[in-house]
Design a binder for this molecule. Structure first.
Ligand code: ATP
Ligand code: MG
Length: 609
């Protein structure tokens, strides 16, 4: 899909659902972009001739994209709901401003990264409705999928330049010595004894480091800035480390790997990024971001204007963890079934749970973007899903906690055809059909042998309407030796069928759903709740594994109305009175239906409705 502004289908961002569009409001990042565009800051950017995006544009040509943003995950885990905020922000801005958003893997750390994560991240970003193979802005089509590891040669070339121009040196202290001399928040750092090493000597060492002839830990390359800076990030930060490690894309070609703070700004500049949006932890790193780009630009490697870093608050959600490491622990400890377990806040987990891409985009619009620390309740995410599914999901009847109801005056062989709208507000979607028979499944909670005060549903002597069927009157029940009700007995009134003349002469307060025992579809239904019992599962050093909610998954054997035999994996329904459900995308089969509850209905069912 394109990141161009013209999108039409509801399943795509940009011009998508009304709810999404209406919620889109300005924020401080949009204001910053507006003023940059008004000032023409980024209007005349030319391709610098690096073999990245420049492959797609003539060297020296003016960049046709008004802005360029990027989404830069490290492929060391699965994306989670926090990443959705960044994805929607970066890709969304590119759509709205006739720009481009680059999908870039920040794959500079050889140790923790893996192709499995790359594949999942790409699939998830596409699922959310965004793409990097863009339709033309102006005339040139572009593919904007990048890997920072493709820039290793550039990063290294810049490193040699920095050494030669006096802006970097090889330090041969141990890691401990470097740490000790870095100083503290209140105390300045101390210069390394190697800081004044001649450039030639640093260069020779750097080349040996690259060639793999120096052991790990023996040297690092550092920027020469200021060990007395009040900002620790400017106290001669490390640019390169020796690592004799195999990289998932570059193999054994490299023995040195760049640090994130070095690689990230350079990747942005190589790709002609205009606005580099990151989370607030990087605010103190911005001076170094600007410093390194200035130095390399002075060497003539980049054209100005240089990319601009802007920070925003990360999304935190209560009753959830959004750290890749902690999510990994949940998987490894088998606390959940896998990364896509529907209890997980990963995007693959939310997808399996029944979340739609539009609901996640709507959620991201609603939470907005600001600098203030952001804690969001899961209820906000759930409401976005309801608001999306209310309009789209077909209705169906499902009995989740079944008990038999026998209509004792209903002929055994009779099948009474009943029907209901697929969607109550969209008559054009037609009707669902389901037969009513002598034996039905109803919800156990819809019957009480001794009714509590205010209970209007089935109890001996009381009448209710079987939704889309007949009015019935309870005549009794059967129970087992323990007193547990095994069957409810009732008479039906043949002239009371919904929609027939005279049916509304029957006045009843209760209206219950049902499924024919003969025609009902047995199904496994999974009822999900919060994964953690604490609102901040990882606060104060707590191990999230210590506050797992044992009730987070309940599996029930349910009966569904027969029309659901046609359901395909990922089809979503509103099970009347119960909530929104999805046919499990992995395990659902026509002959073995499996549904997940995505979210409850807004209002829980009350007595008398
Ligand atoms: P890690 O937990 O491994 O440090 P990370 O959560 O920062 O990683 P990255 O893969 O580096 O994950 O993230 C990719 C992008 O997503 C970054 O630009 C980051 O700012 C953004 N991002 C990550 N978590 C959140 C969050 N909770 N809210 C908003 N943006 C986020
Ligand atoms: Mg990160």
């Amino acid at each position: 899909m394109s990141t161009s502004p013209k999108t039409s289908s509801k399943d795509s961002p940009g011009a998508s659902s009304d709810a999404e569009g209406a919620a889109r409001t300005s924020n401080f990042i949009r204001q910053a972009i507006d003023s940059d565009l008004a000032a023409g800051t980024y209007a005349q950017r030319r391709w610098a001739g690096h073999p990245t995006t420049a492959d797609q544009h003539a060297n020296g040509a003016i960049d046709p994209a008004k802005i360029r943003t990027r989404f830069p995950p490290e492929p060391n885990g699965y994306l989670h709901i926090g990443h959705a905020k960044s994805i929607c922000l970066n890709f969304g801005l590119a759509i709205d401003y006739a720009g481009r958003c680059h999908m870039r893997f920040d794959d500079t750390n050889p140790v923790k990264e893996d192709q499995e994560y790359v594949d999942s991240i790409l699939e998830t970003v596409k699922w959310l409705g965004f793409g990097w193979d863009a339709a033309p802005v102006g005339t040139t089509p572009e593919s904007n999928l990048y890997y920072a590891s493709d820039y290793f040669e550039h990063f290294y070339r810049f490193a040699e330049y920095l050494v030669q121009s006096g802006h970097a040196y090889v330090d041969s202290q141990t890691a401990d010595q470097i740490r000790e001399r870095r100083g503290t928040l209140t105390e300045a750092g101390t210069n390394s004894p190697f800081r004044d090493r001649p450039a030639d000597e640093s260069l020779a060492l750097l080349r040996e480091m690259r060639a793999g002839s120096q052991p790990e830990g023996s040297h690092v390359l550092r920027a020469r800035i200021d060990m007395g800076s009040p900002n620790i990030n400017l106290r001669d930060p490390i640019l390169y480390r020796i690592r004799h490690a195999h990289h998932h894309r570059t193999g054994d070609a490299w023995s040195i790997y760049p640090m994130y703070d070095y690689a990230h700004p350079l990747s942005d500049a190589l790709e002609n990024i205009t606005h580099s949006l990151c989370t607030l932890e990087f605010e103190d790193h911005r001076p170094f971001y600007d410093w390194i780009l200035e130095r390399v630009a002075e060497g003539g490697f980049f054209q100005r204007p240089l990319p601009r870093q802007i920070e925003f608050a990360r999304l935190n959600m209560t009753f959830t963890v959004t750290s890749k490491r902690k999510l990994q622990e949940l998987v490894q400890s088998k606390s959940v079934v896998g990364w896509d377990d529907p209890r997980m806040p990963t995007l693959v987990g939310l997808r399996r749970r029944g979340y739609t891409p539009a609901s996640i985009r709507l959620f991201c619009e609603r939470i907005g973007v600001s600098k203030a620390s952001q804690w969001v309740e899961p209820a906000v995410l759930e409401q976005a899903l309801r608001d999306d599914l209310d309009a789209s999901a077909a209705r169906a009847a499902a009995v989740l906690d079944p008990i038999r109801l026998e209509l004792v005056n209903f002929p055994e062989s009779l099948e009474e055809a009943c029907s209901a709208p697929v969607h109550p507000h969209q008559p054009e979607r037609g009707l669902r059909h389901f037969p009513l028979t002598r034996e039905l499944w109803i919800e156990r909670e819809d019957f009480m042998a001794q009714p509590a005060k205010g209970f209007f549903r089935l109890f001996p002597g009381n009448r209710v309407r079987l939704r889309y069927g007949f009015v019935i009157e309870c005549t009794g029940f059967e129970a087992d030796a323990d007193g547990r009700v095994t069957k409810v007995l009732a008479n039906y009134f043949p002239d009371s069928k919904s929609g027939t003349p005279g049916a509304d002469l029957y006045k009843v307060k209760g209206n219950i759903h049902w499924v024919s025992v003969r025609h009902g579809l047995p199904a496994q239904v999974r009822i999900y709740d919060r994964l953690f019992t604490e609102s901040a599962p990882d606060a104060g050093g707590r191990n999230p594994l210590d506050c797992l909610n044992p009730q987070a998954l309940q599996v029930v054997q349910a009966y569904l109305e027969p029309s659901l035999a046609q359901a395909k994996p990922e089809d979503r329904f509103q099970f009347e009175r119960h909530g929104y459900f999805v046919a499990d995308r992995v395990e659902h089969r026509a002959d073995r239906p499996v549904f997940n509850r995505a979210v409850t209905l807004k209002d829980s069912w009350g007595a008398g409705k």
